[in-house]
Design a protein around this ligand. Structure first.
Ligand code: ADP
Ligand code: MG
Length: 331
């Protein structure tokens, strides 16, 4: 099937309509009308088969995730999603694969009122590049550089499940009697179907802290906030939210104190969590918490921003030494 037929069958007809898309798929460029008073937040992410997702990942999950990781970047700036373009390189014009891919992609596009406005379709090893644009008040965007000494540090949800999911996909799980098949599917779902924290990010623009989305692992990404803000962080490992699945995998019983069984290195550097990590000043803490609660968004305080550079991890008042580096393509 020629490239143009693929575009006309799978990309053009499935996109949602928005009034601000003056010219969409089908011309040399998209023409878009920008809302007065807003700045544009733009981000690009590439997903390469065997690098960003296991080769065995199904098309629907790849479609979902390629959009989810880009939405997550908008969430981390507090932006409102608007437009997306999709450059896809495919080994062959596999119609059923593309149908499934767009099914996963459009699930999120519909949910966030995101119009597909163009892209590129080429033949080659499977690779997907998504470019996303959202709207934000420039003065209220959540920058990495806005953390201040004394701020509390929060995350929006459980950390570490996706890293267990990745081990599961590669059959690298250690046998663990408490860890059920159900737990395993939950972790694989966290890997393949991350929930972009768009609403949380937008709510945070009413406050003055820093934010980042956790793609490379909590320590690596929090370290980006610390470096951009010229501060350090003190983390209490007991306060890091872990799912029951993760507790089961690491051999802890419900309610039991988290012990030395937990592989903190994997949890904090495994990546693919796509939760937000953000900071909030003490004066805004209560108001921020109320606002999150009123939108049923769970947040967890995991530590404090400190003066001394670097990240310190405390476990039962004892300093633990952990390697901070997350995933690095050229290491
Ligand atoms: P050009 O050769 O001018 O770059 P193309 O032939 O690549 O244009 O694409 C034709 C139209 O289809 C353009 O509007 C382009 O944005 C759109 N398009 C191509 N591939 C995709 C895709 N994967 N998803 C969405 N739109 C696409
Ligand atoms: Mg082209």
């Amino acid at each position: 099937m020629p490239e143009f037929d693929l575009i006309n069958q799978f990309f053009k007809p499935t996109t949602i309509k928005r009034d601000d898309v003056l010219v969409g798929i089908g011309d040399d460029c998209a023409i878009l009308s920008t809302p007065p008073g807003k700045a544009l937040a733009i981000s690009t992410d590439t997903l390469i088969s065997g690098v960003h997702f296991p080769q065995s990942t199904c098309a629907e999950d790849i479609g979902y995730k390629s959009l989810a990781v880009n939405l997550s970047d908008l969430a981390a700036m507090g932006a409102e999603p608007a437009w997306v373009s999709l450059a896809i390189s495919l080994p062959q014009a596999d119609e059923s694969w593309l149908k499934q891919f767009m099914h996963g992609f459009n699930q999120l596009a519909r949910q966030f009122n995101l119009a597909l406005i163009g892209g590129d379709t080429t033949q080659g090893p499977l690779s997907i590049t998504v470019n996303i644009t959202g709207f934000v008040d420039a003065s209220r965007a959540l920058k990495r550089s806005q953390a201040k000494v004394g701020d509390s540090i929060f995350v929006t949800g459980n950390i570490g499940d996706a890293s267990i999911g990745l081990k599961a996909v590669f059959n690298q799980l250690k046998s663990q009697p408490l860890f059920t098949d159900n737990n395993k599917s939950e972790c694989i779902k966290r890997l393949n179907r991350p929930v972009p924290r768009i609403k949380a990010g937008q709510l945070l623009t009413s406050f003055s802290g820093a934010a980042i989305d956790i793609s490379d692992g909590l320590l690596a990404d929090l370290n980006h906030i610390c470096e951009a803000s010229s501060v350090g962080a003190l983390i209490n490992l007991q306060q890091i939210p872990l799912s029951q699945a993760a507790l089961n995998y690491y051999g802890n019983l419900p309610g039991a104190q988290i012990g030395g069984h937990i592989d903190w290195q994997s949890i904090l550097t495994g990546g693919d969590d796509y939760e937000l990590c953000f900071t909030c000043a003490d004066q805004q803490y209560a108001q921020m918490q109320d606002m999150m609660e009123s939108h049923n968004i769970d947040i967890f305080c995991i530590g404090k921003i400190i003066d001394e550079p670097g990240i310190k991890c405390l476990h039962n008042e004892t300093l633990m030494s952990l390697d901070h580096t997350g995933y690095n393509h050229f290491k």
